[in-house]
Design a protein around this ligand. Structure first.
Ligand code: NAD
Length: 378
């Protein structure tokens, strides 16, 4: 465990345990990967894990990803993540959520702002509202709202950057897009693409969503066919790990640019995509809109309350989301110039920014100053 922490440059992993009603034992892990750019922000997953080690692996990998995502989104925010391990003998519907998230809020509070929690798989806004009764270090309670709109805006910015790099124009009109998943993000992206004159092919296991899409003029295919459609841009907005070794050979798109987290099954896939001349927009850059939204809102809503402040906050969010364009162009260009795969270049830029932030925080500590303030820089 310590070896793995060291190899991932993980700052700290905190473990918590409690006995709940009906003798249900709850455990939680909060991983703080890096706080040199600011307090660690990342969602809380609430799941059954078959083995404890899987929960540790999950939380550390995700916390590291959050550090990279925040660094590349130019946020003064660190990376962290938490998981709540549900007791294996208890079904989700039997869980006393009020107790669980009240307790988890106390765990977050103990870290005194080093970690800010948010929604993730298995948690919802109402859970965040319970947490908010125990700590102010929560970024997706109902006073902030759903980040999906901001994520979708970021995906649109990213799609246009990829089009510009590949085709020398950002025209959506006349191009073909295959959108996998019509959930909170995918539906918004698909509608925008259609509205801008794109040909939009979609797939979702939920029939109702497919009917709605068809009624608007989108083409529906089965979930087994969507990823191999002949199109300009494949837009994965459903699951992680969808681009695997077997699929790469069958892909018929020129660009992959979507919101799903961890789209590539493993790091080697980036190399294979590059050899196939498929431009890949790294997921943690293109889907950063939600993090930008949560980070800036959390930071400002704690301190400002006027209407003017709301407009100011929205302006900052918009500006940062538009920054996704420049970040992607930089990554695409460097990859081409250095003949490296895109993921490798993105990771290198993130690591460089984290190292620079570490150097600044070390020198300010030596000069007796406190850690960076996210309010100043967001
Ligand atoms: P969601 O759960 O609302 O939507 C996912 C959709 O995918 C659902 O409609 C589901 O029916 C569909 N789906 C499931 N399996 C599918 C399959 N095999 N083929 C096609 N569709 C399938 O999730 P979301 O909030 O829209 O997020 C989508 C992705 O983007 C996720 O990977 C998420 O982690 C990532 N992401 C979301 C946000 C955000 O702000 N919501 C931010 C960053 C990253």
């Amino acid at each position: 465990m310590f070896k793995r922490m060291q190899s991932m440059q993980m700052q700290a992993v905190h473990c918590f345990q409690t006995m709940g009603p009906n003798q249900h034992e709850y455990r939680a892990i909060i991983a703080i990967h890096n706080t040199h750019l600011g307090p660690a922000l990342g969602g809380c997953r609430c799941l059954h894990y078959t083995r404890e080690q899987l929960a540790f692996d999950d939380v550390m990998r995700l916390a590291q990803g959050m550090s990279y995502k925040a660094a590349l989104a130019n946020l003064q925010q660190g990376g962290g993540k938490s998981v709540i391990l549900l007791p294996n003998n208890v079904v989700v519907t039997d869980i006393n959520r009020e107790f669980l998230f009240d307790w988890f809020g106390q765990c977050v509070e103990q870290l005194q702002g080093q970690y800010i929690t948010a929604m993730d798989v298995g948690t919802q806004v109402s859970d965040m509202d319970v947490i908010a009764q125990q700590t102010q270090h929560v970024a997706s309670a109902s006073n902030i709202g759903d980040p999906a709109e901001a994520t979708a805006q970021g995906v649109m910015v990213g799609i246009k950057a990829a089009l510009e790099f590949n085709f020398n124009n950002t025209e959506i009109h006349g191009k073909c897009f295959a959108v996998q998943g019509l959930g909170h993000v995918g539906w918004r992206v698909a509608k925008r693409l259609l509205h801008l004159g794109g040909r939009v092919i979609v797939a979702d296991p939920e029939e109702e969503k497919n009917w709605q899409a068809q009624a608007l003029g989108m083409e529906v295919v089965s979930i087994d066919e969507i990823l191999t459609q002949s199109c300009d841009v494949l837009v994965p907005c459903a699951l992680g790990g969808v681009i695997n070794e077997e699929l790469v050979e069958k892909l018929r798109c020129k660009i992959i640019a979507g919101s799903a987290n961890n789209q590539l099954a493993d790091d080697d896939i980036a190399e294979r995509l590059s050899k196939k001349d498929i431009l890949y927009a790294p997921d943690y850059i293109i889907n950063a809109g939600g993090l930008i939204f949560a980070s800036i809102n959390h930071c400002y809503k704690q301190r400002l309350n006027s209407n003017k402040a709301t407009a100011e906050i929205d302006g900052l969010i918009k500006q940062k989301i538009e920054g996704i364009h420049q970040t992607l162009m930089e990554v695409f260009q460097q990859a081409r110039l250095q003949n490296k795969n895109i993921n490798q270049v993105a990771n290198e830029i993130a690591l460089k920014r984290l190292a620079e932030a570490a150097a600044v925080s070390t020198s300010s500590q030596e000069e007796g100053q406190g850690a960076g303030d996210i309010y100043n820089a967001a």
